[in-house]
Each structure stands twice: as structure tokens, then as C-alpha cells.
Design a protein around this ligand. Structure first.
Ligand SMILES: [Zn+2]
Length: 97
């Protein structure tokens, strides 16, 4: 029975190790997570799943932010939203180019 638990812990730890690297953790961080899961599966596995989901959430949040509607004025360098004819900051024609 103890051996079975050990094998399950090892498999879960290995999964955490590879999955953490895929999720953008460093090799060392992944190793620590794997070790934590291996020795304290009950505590570290739910903890890892929470952190993992949060990390994934950050990544999906960053994608629309970087390609959002906010643009930078070609003339004054200030950001503006939407598709205005003229820059709300400096009044230059934005449709000229
Ligand atoms: Zn401007």
C-alpha cells in the first residue's frame, strides 16, 4: 500500500515538473513544486493547481491587452482609444497615413 502511494506521488510530481515548465516556471521552480507535491501531495497539489490557473489567467489577460484598442499617436506619442479622425491630445490628423 505504501509503495502504491509512492508511485502515485512520483507520477503526479513528474507531471507537475513538466507541466510547471510548460506554464513558464523556471527549472528550479518546477523542481521545487515537484518536490513539494512528492512529499506533501495533499497540500501542494491543490496549491499548485491554484497557482497554475492564476498563471494561465495572467497569460490570457495579457494577450488582449497588448493587442487592445489603445493606440499611440504617431505625432505626440500619447495613447488614444477607438478610431478618432484626429488625435485627442495634439489634434493631428490620424487618418492621413
Ligand atoms: Zn497626438
Amino acid at each position: 500500500m505504501m509503495r502504491l502511494i509512492l508511485i502515485i506521488n512520483l507520477l503526479v510530481a513528474l507531471w507537475v515538473f513538466y507541466d510547471a515548465q510548460k506554464k513558464g516556471f523556471t527549472l528550479w521552480q518546477s523542481f521545487l513544486w515537484a518536490m513539494g507535491v512528492f512529499f506533501l501531495l495533499i497540500i501542494f497539489l491543490p496549491l499548485y493547481l491554484i497557482v497554475r490557473r492564476r498563471k494561465g489567467g495572467w497569460q490570457t489577460k495579457e494577450v488582449p491587452l497588448s493587442s487592445s484598442a489603445m493606440k499611440v499617436c504617431f505625432y505626440c506619442g500619447r495613447p488614444y482609444g477607438g478610431e478618432p479622425e484626429r488625435c485627442p491630445n495634439c489634434g493631428q490628423n490620424l487618418k492621413a497615413f
